[in-house]
Write a protein that binds this ligand. Structure first.
Ligand SMILES: *[C@@H]1O[C@H](CO)[C@@H](O)[C@H](O)[C@H]1NC(C)=O
Ligand SMILES: *[C@@H]1O[C@H](CO)[C@@H](O)[C@H](O)[C@H]1NC(C)=O
Ligand SMILES: *[C@@H]1O[C@H](CO)[C@@H](O)[C@H](O)[C@H]1NC(C)=O
Length: 351
């Protein structure tokens, strides 16, 4: 009995300490693309949508939300890991008010990129517009919490930036324009320049803790393998190399800005290695399929093509690395979030 009581006290203390530690990050604020969009595209006129079944099949209540997944996205898991909440509200979703959004909000829009020309391809919310929404949110938070408290929350919040894949796969390699203006290397520099400008703008608005997302091994997305089908359906090495190079460039940017900008705590959250490991060794992570997606035939379906009546959709998405031809399953998102928490965000957990 006494032993149990002592354990109880120790546990209570530990939980209290954890709460204090977690309180260091009072909010999570997200900018980006479909890797982290939690429903903003539901509210705009674009074809890039996923607010219908079978999306959200394994989400709370089995509800489609506009997340490009069978369940939660990566940033939902991050918010949970900081002890804040289980799901990130989308800023444009009328179902959410400041009670939800005072602990963080998502401005991301599926299909967008760093480059304005990328968001133009499918008429989604450009990154600069996400920042305009953030400024509006700041005012709303001031009204809700009072200026002093709001400033503290915005200063201590974790800002997550997650995009870039679409700049290459939906824009540079897919439509004419940028590829005739820029070599790949020049385009990478162009995008990194926009990323740097965005981080500086965020800092100017009060942000201090910032996670810049790296690119995934985008040549291994099922849709890209399908493009490569005539050559065996392997990953498109060129795209993976571009992603790796870009991540190296972003790491350089992160180091440079940490030196240049006083008081900023900028980290690169790079999903490349863990995702490639999962894709190359799916069994050791409990997956049975890393090549095709769960939804539909597994070769090309996403968005409206991912249809709830498709008889080929897999019964258990947790066995698949990819949910649709462009996006991971909830289970993959959880593993990536866990990895990122340990490798780049752990510093924000300790006082
Ligand atoms: C937000 O909505 C909830 C649930 O409808 C309500 O209880 C709460 O008072 C609202 N908060 C604000 C700030 O309007
Ligand atoms: C993107 O568009 C916005 C709004 O027109 C503009 O302010 C910004 O400079 C553009 N960004 C780039 C890199 O051209
Ligand atoms: C789905 O697959 C996961 C991973 O292999 C497994 O843990 C889980 O039990 C499966 N669920 C069902 C309902 O079979």
């Amino acid at each position: 009995m006494a032993h149990k009581a002592i354990c109880g006290v120790v546990l209570a203390n530990l939980l209290l300490q954890l709460q204090i530690v977690f309180a260091k990050v009072p909010a999570v604020i997200v900018f980006g693309d479909s890797s982290v969009d939690t429903g903003n595209n539901n509210q705009i006129a674009t074809v890039v949508k996923s607010n219908f079944k079978p999306y959200g099949r394994d989400y709370y209540g089995g509800q489609p939300t506009g997340r490009f997944s069978n369940g939660r996205v990566y940033t939902d898991f991050i918010a949970e890991a900081f002890g804040i909440k289980l799901t990130m509200p989308a800023y444009l979703d009328p179902a959410h008010n400041m009670t939800d959004m005072a602990t963080g909000v998502c401005f991301a829009s599926a299909g967008t990129g760093y480059d304005n020309a990328t968001s133009d391809v499918l008429s989604v919310i450009p990154l600069w517009k996400q920042l305009e929404y953030y400024k509006k949110y700041q005012e709303e938070l001031n009204d809700y919490l009072g200026q002093e408290k709001a400033e503290t929350v915005l200063r201590e919040a974790l800002y997550i930036i997650s995009l870039g894949t679409n700049d290459f796969l939906e824009n540079y390699y897919a439509v004419p324009g940028r590829s005739s203006e820029y070599s790949v290397e020049e385009y990478q520099n162009f995008l990194a320049g926009i990323a740097g400008g965005f981080i500086k703008a965020l800092y100017g608005l009060g942000a201090r803790k910032v996670s810049l997302g790296g690119l995934p091994p985008m040549g291994c997305l099922p849709l890209e393998r399908t493009r490569n089908l005539l050559f065996g359906g392997g990953c498109i090495e060129e795209y993976n190399n571009v992603a790796e190079e870009f991540n190296v460039e972003l790491q350089g940017l992160v180091s440079k800005l940490n030196n240049q900008i006083s008081g900023i705590q900028l980290v690169l959250s790079d999903p490349y290695d863990i995702l490639l490991d999962i894709i190359q060794n799916p069994e050791s992570f409990g997956f049975t399929n890393a090549k095709e997606s769960c939804c539909g035939s597994g070769y090309f379906e996403m968005g409206y093509l991912c249809d709830k009546n498709n008889p080929f959709t897999c019964p258990n998405a947790s066995k698949y690395v990819f949910w649709d031809s462009f996006h991971p399953t909830e289970r993959t998102n959880g593993i990536v979030a866990d990895h990122v928490m340990r490798t780049s965000l752990a510093g924000f957990l300790v006082p």
